[in-house]
Design a protein around this ligand. Sequence first.
Ligand code: URP
Ligand code: ZN
Ligand code: ZN
Length: 458
Amino acid sequence: MPLLIRNGEIVTADSRCRADIYIENETVTRIGQDLDAPPGTEVIDAAGKYVFPGFIDPHVHIYLPFMATFAKDTHETASIAALVGGTTTYIEMCCPSRLDDALAGYHLWKAKAEGNSACDYTFHMAVSKYADETESQLREIVRDGMSSFKIFLAYKNFFGVDDYEMYRTLTLARQLGVIVTAHCENAELVAQLQADLLAAGKTGPQWHEPSRPESVEAEGTHHFATFLENTGASGYVVHLSCEGALKAALAAKERGVKIRIESVVPHFLLDKTQAEQAGVDGMKYVMSPPLRDKRNQHVLWNALNAGLVDTVGTDHCPFDLAQKRLGEKKFTEIPNGIPGIEERVNLLFTYGVKKGRLDLHRFVDAAGTRAAKLFGLFPRKGTIAPGSDADLVVYDPNYNGIVSVANQHVNNDYNGFEGMTIEGRPSVVTVRGKVQVLDGKFVGEKGRGRLLKREPCP
Ligand code: URP
Ligand code: ZN
Ligand code: ZN
């Protein structure tokens, strides 16, 4: 059925106007004043609301075997949570470990998602080793439409690559025109610092941050950038958390290295004192890179508003309290990660746009458009224009609410942002022209999501 969204204020990364949007066959076909609604058209009145392009979360974990357990969400729960929060596309990290075969891992992740996601999705393909068969497998995966890789400099012996493997991955990526996303922490330093802290009897969650301090992330970022510089590959630093790492990335950019920067919502709003709480309350906030000293937050907000931090994702990775307690005796065994897919857009709008830290267009850009451009989804996703997929968020900037585990859709028993107020939320969310969310409730079709194939974009 065609859909007409009337009277909304359409805001994209670079434009703003009050107009109607007409949607047929999953696609925006017309934007204009006082558009007709032919018989049979579903009409939504968006007066007093913004209409944003559906947001894109460029970094999530859904299926994830990790740290002796599995992340909690299914593609159904995570995608419904994403949609309720205004995210209409996510990019999941496809993460086979060093013990697994890359191609088999890719087929496994695809099978887990297929038919189970309520919104569209695609994958960054992790390269966790560079064995004899790796190159031909990666070529096949890129031919299948996954035009971005992921490497981990951290997580020694599990996901982490060594310098030889990083070099080979970046060289291949350069040939294929594929961007490489990277978790940048020096794995050896982390391993040694962890061992020293545990040997000194420092076992609680408050020692997680000291085991991977800012300098370790800054070194990892500089290290990755140096490899980009010497291979000519394009890179993207994921979940950057602190000023030192930001300086390392920006210094590289200044000397011509092709490097982009993602940060994630927890680093703008939470700080290391959360993980210093006793027991499981601290464990809830163990993630890598760790939550940092609060002084980093204004640095990140300023860099985000200036466009130096390109995107804001979540690194959504839920573990419940029982799973977090796996690390009761040793902080090194607390599963790393925190959820956020549901809250990302509302928190950025509330604590960024409403607080005057983030320009409205930059918000749209950072939460969707720029990821679409970097990862080969634009202009199909990330904007509102004739020909684009009709992924739309009718957003109520006057809504007031409180984040709580009691009403979340993520499959977890706590919410890391519990009690925070939000001033704005999606009223209507569409995926390719079908209404999937109405006023905070999922009302749509659970398996609607499609795997998005992407061309390399050198
Ligand atoms: O703590 C985190 N970030 N967990 C998920 C895995 C990763 O490093 O992205
Ligand atoms: Zn990571
Ligand atoms: Zn991650």
